[in-house]
Design a protein. Sequence first.
Length: 674
Amino acid sequence: MNTSTIGNEQTLAALMRWRLLYWLHQHRQGRALDQAMLDLAPRLGLAEMSFDERCAWFAARAIEPTADQGRQAIEQLGVDAVATVFALEHDESVLLCALIQLQLDADLSETISSLEPAIGNGVRPHLRAIACMLGERERNVARMLSRRSPLARLGLVSPYYRANTSLDYRFEVRDALLEYCSDPARDLEALTRSYFNRCALPSLALDDYAHVSGIDRALTLLRLGQPGTHLLLYGPPGTGKTQLAHVLARELGRELYSVPCQDQDDEPIEHHARLTAFAQAQLVLGARKDALLLFDEVEDVIRSSNVARDGKHRAVSFKGWLHEQLEHAPLPSIWISNTLAGFDDAQLRRFACIIEVPIPGLLQRRALVERCTAGLNLGADALEGLSRRTDIAPAELRALAREASAAVDSHRGFEEALGARLRATGRARWQPRPATTYDLRFVRTEPALPELLEGMLRLDGARLLMSGPPGSGKTALAAHLAECLQRPLIVKRASDLLSPWLGETEQLLALAFDEAERDRGLLLLDEADSFLSTRHEGQARWERSQVNELLKQLEDYQGWFCAASNLPDALDPAVMRRFDFKFRFGWLELPARVAMLEDYLQRHGVVRELDTSALTRAMTELPYLLPGDLAAIRRRIAISATPPSDREVLVWLANDHALKPEARVRPIGFARVA
């Protein structure tokens, strides 16, 4: 700084510098100040002045009122807009500008650094120095910089009362605010993103959540907008909980804001820091009547000082603080969690409304799939297949649809994108299955199915046990019943329900029956012997618990239920009594096997070389052929360069037949068929 400009700057930073120098010359005379001035005086152009001359010179400039420079700094740094958003008083805005200048103004920072020995180290000397620089009372400055002050609670300033640090970092200004003040563009939205994010409009509607109970009650409570009103949504991942929060905000006519999960450097915010972010967002938005706050993924941050619902102890120190936030937060909020594990009863009691968001039922999923994939020209089989995949979330479908819309062939692009996503996440492969017809001629049961089917279809519900060898048509019968009843088929396999976690299998079983009841569907429990095996003394307690849970659900369930088992003799006797009908599937008679093969050859375009009598002789050698065996060779027919002949198909079937434990291994004799 050259001498010609000394004392002529009309800025808050310059006024702070002169006031500090004047105060030190008045109250901190001694070696520390003399040593500092040896360095500062030449740089300030005051080297030729005596001590008294410098005092008079500083005094003349220190008497300037703070108001003008304070207003100027507030405007120049853009703090006026910040004060509006954060509801700051004028004195707080001026103090905030002063702290910003301590970190951004190079001349002021350099002066402070040189004067640190004279100022003294510690909180009290630093508060006194800031007070003198602003011409303010020390106790007022201390109040505005206390941990309970708006500046501190809003996170605009972080006081370091215990740390041994310099004056310019004793009260550190939020990085996002420094970036805002340094940027001529003054991007206020970038600053507020460190407190909350403005949420996009939802892509779903309230009708998409017809399967969720309690929504009307939640809307009523949120519409009242009383302090301490919080809604907790919980349920498995991918059920649309976040979208439901967006839908609720739209129904209420409120702007939805979310608590951030990352800081301005895109680093994750974790644990207690996210709860602090929730509290800060409440302070910033609390006075707005048109706002609603979303706190997502709270299972990552909730801790309990009691034993939680999953049996794990999570001792933490902010339980009381969290209770206070839930009771007194001014702005209604929606909390979202995948599980209630980690919440204790005291925390749950403080939510005005707790709503479970289950996996949508089949009818609901079908509507969602059609909406999400509109314009992709997916066939009916593809839509039906996607509707039955409960592991594909609506958000994933929308992302896949966006990706596919950019492809030349959107249908193929969707299938490729879906296949890649399923492979990357280790989920079961998907492909649409063409609709099939169920021909009772190709099923052999005891008792005979055709005699009972018509009467069964007149019932409102029934419990069927289907047992027999794999491929005999058990699953196909359940699908046929569902089609005749015009009910959705809900298939649950052992892999869908068995869990390594204690008690979770029982929960999944209960949810399966709830889904079937909600959708008025036919529930098929495939591989039922995994659940219904005989209880005995040597069996593990958790295995008996699973059987007991299924028995209880069967007792209470009034709808359609089918259980398919390959090992009927292993089922618990108490289970057997719960079924209204028990069908044992057996091997087909020769005429049925021949008719089934001829029908199959015709439907799949197989070249015929053999007449019916030749096929009959061939089928005599395959007494254990079942409908599932024909379905297994469908892919071989599909990949053949030319349509295969019936002789080739018979060879394939014979080779597969020979692998069955019931079949005798014998030479293939079809070469002799003429």
